[in-house]
Design a protein around this ligand. Structure first.
Ligand code: KG4
Ligand code: ZN
Length: 344
């Protein structure tokens, strides 16, 4: 069974065709990220206009790559939230029009749940219910307990910035470009992660996250120690200092993610950890997750790097399972999330 997935929740315009929820026949992703970079963050209007311009040609490119035609598709899946409302509306309207004209069922998919499906694309393993899910992206940071395809319980979330957002904002403080996550990841490899002891917000009585204090600590450190950070010709000493700050910040933020995830598995007595979202592409995070899960006998499910960032394959893959488990197999669509947990 082939499902066509559509993802337009933020700056990526993506269409994918996935067979039996597993085999990715094609996953086309294009992004307006370059157009946002001069503003240091996403401009929703630019993102929405980009989707309008590109979605039809991303669809035809995907059909070509998969060597499929629209009549081969069983159902259409689309990200229905959470995300930027203008961007979501383009994908949802496009999917609805396609579904109506082809008389195919439409499946609305939650973006965060879709990220947790990404480790199972192009793999033989299935979702290991029950499991603890960690989603770390540019807009969200959550820990959730997942019992089955319908039952997600929120166990922890960020109280302020999302993790990817903190990477992007710290990159801006360090005069690096947008998006900051991949740049800090690369730069940190040349820096000392133990050079500066930045604060780690770990709560005794909750599994929540908080990154704004860490971000402010980096801001004050730069203000007090790196006067010439904005100068064009940076000395090699200054470059080394910036790499040390990047590495020390990265170590602090990743410690919070890893420590809370392990704490959550132990508290819930669930020894399967599934992770997803753009920040999971971080090489040091993967290393730390592998190390700490092995130490605690927890089975870790990591996505391939191409499925960490926003993509439509994870939407189509999850939709296949939702569709297969639904009675009647008609339209399964809810634009308004049915709870305020951010994981509906
Ligand atoms: O999941 P995603 O593609 O979009 C959202 O749903 O938000 O995540 C994008 C976020 C950005 O904040 C970006 O800086 C971050 O993921 N990111 C990374 C890395 N690659 C992307 N953060 C840390 N290290 C990386 N290698
Ligand atoms: Zn995402």
């Amino acid at each position: 069974m082939l499902i066509l997935g559509i993802e337009t929740s933020c700056d990526e315009t993506s269409v994918s065709i996935v067979e039996e929820g597993k085999k990715v026949l094609a996953n086309t992703v294009t992004s307006s990220v370059k157009q946002h970079s001069k503003y240091g963050g996403i401009v929703p209007e630019i993102a929405a206009r980009f989707h309008v311009e590109y979605i039809a040609c991303v669809l035809s490119e995907t059909l070509n790559r998969a060597k499929a035609s629209l009549k081969d598709i069983r159902a259409i899946a689309v990200t229905s939230g959470p995300g930027l409302i203008g961007s979501l509306l383009i994908g949802v309207s496009f999917a609805k029009a396609l579904g109506m004209s082809l008389n195919k069922p439409l499946i609305g998919v939650n973006h965060l749940r879709a990220h947790l499906y990404s480790p199972f694309l192009d793999k033989s393993s299935n979702m290991p219910f029950p499991f603890v899910g960690l989603v770390v992206s540019g807009g969200h940071t959550i820990l959730t307990k997942v019992e089955n395809f319908k039952m997600y319980k929120l166990l922890g979330k960020t109280l302020d910035d999302a993790c990817g957002e903190a990477f992007d904002k710290v990159a801006r403080i360090l005069n690096l470009s947008y998006p900051g996550g991949p740049i800090i990841d690369k730069l940190s490899k040349t820096g000392d992660p133990n050079k500066i002891k930045f604060p780690r917000a770990i709560f005794k009585d909750s599994l929540n996250f908080s990154f704004s204090g860490l971000k402010t600590a980096v801001l004050y450190y730069v203000r007090d120690n790196l006067k010439k950070i904005k100068s064009k010709a940076q000395s090699s000493k200054l470059k080394a200092q910036i790499a040390d700050i990047a590495a020390s910040f990265q170590e602090a933020i990743l410690d919070c993610l890893v420590e809370n995830s392990i704490k959550c598995c132990i508290k819930e007595k669930i020894f399967n950890l599934v992770v997803g979202g753009g920040v999971i592409a971080n090489s040091r995070l993967k290393y730390k997750l592998v190390e700490k899960t092995e130490e605690n006998n927890i089975k870790l499910f990591l996505p391939d790097v191409e499925y960490c960032m926003d993509n439509a394959a994870m939407v189509a893959g999850l939709a296949f399972n939702v569709y297969n488990n639904s009675v009647g197999k008609k339209n399964i669509f809810s634009l308004i999330p049915d709870s305020n947990l951010g994981i509906s």
